[in-house]
Design a protein around this ligand. Structure first.
Ligand code: ATP
Ligand code: MG
Length: 209
């Protein structure tokens, strides 16, 4: 079914510890600007690069993501990375999505511009750029040369004619999960930084105190 209906899928991967309005604004903007059929939020299971900090368990991060996206008809949440044992790698997720939705579905991987720099220095950047297009959220005024310089050598030449990294400006970029966790621990408000259901869920369960 999905095979037939979805031609352009946006993927928003993240720890979502917790999900916040920056993620949601970014996903909605990408959906509109790049005419996506759907944005799939994929909470990570065991983030390979975030071992330094103990994150909230995957199930509660997943639930907050569901609560935050439930009222948006073109947002969905995937358990793919949560249910897969071992560390989560972007490339494995993108390949699995191609298996599920078929080769004709185009995958748009939505991230912050800084996260792109990170991903492109991980595992197999060339292969990743073969399998999906990136949508990079930047602050208004961000220096795009930094992003271009980070592309692998082989990509730079191609980039001018067939851009695999698209850019969009997002005004809510200053919001971060780190700041939200700190605010909760200091008893400061997070209302209006995350959806109402999410701060109620955090409060009810006493997360991040
Ligand atoms: P942390 O502070 O714990 O690193 P975070 O706020 O960066 O959390 P993540 O779950 O790490 O959230 O981010 C998931 C994805 O969302 C990443 O691609 C990240 O670049 C992007 N992102 C994070 N915050 C914003 C924001 N305010 N606006 C747009 N994109 C964001
Ligand atoms: Mg981050």
């Amino acid at each position: 079914m999905g095979r037939l209906r979805y031609k352009r899928i946006g993927v928003m991967g993240g720890t979502f510890d917790p999900i916040h309005n920056g993620h949601l604004v970014t996903a909605e903007e990408a959906w509109k600007q790049f005419r996506l059929d759907l944005v799939l939020f994929v909470p990570s299971g065991h983030p390979p690069h975030k071992e330094d900090r103990r994150s909230l368990d995957a199930e509660n991060r997943y639930l907050m993501t569901v609560i935050a996206t439930a009222n948006n008809p073109h947002f969905q949440v995937s358990r793919m990375e949560i249910d897969r044992p071992g560390p989560s790698y972007t490339i494995d997720t993108i390949r699995e999505l191609h298996r599920v939705y078929g080769k004709n579905t185009e995958i748009f991987f939505i991230t912050g511009a800084d996260a792109i720099l990170e991903i492109l220095t991980w595992k197999d950047p060339e292969r990743i750029l073969e399998e999906c297009v990136f949508i990079a959220a930047t602050r208004p005024g961000y220096d795009l040369r930094r992003l271009e310089e980070s592309l692998p050598e082989t990509e730079r030449a191609r980039h001018a004619t067939d851009p695999r990294v698209l850019v969009m400006e997002i005004p809510a970029l200053a919001i971060s999960s780190t700041d939200i966790r700190r605010r909760v621990s200091e008893g400061r408000p997070i209302r209006y930084l995350v959806p109402e259901g999410v701060w109620e869920f955090i409060e009810k369960n006493g997360f991040y105190r």
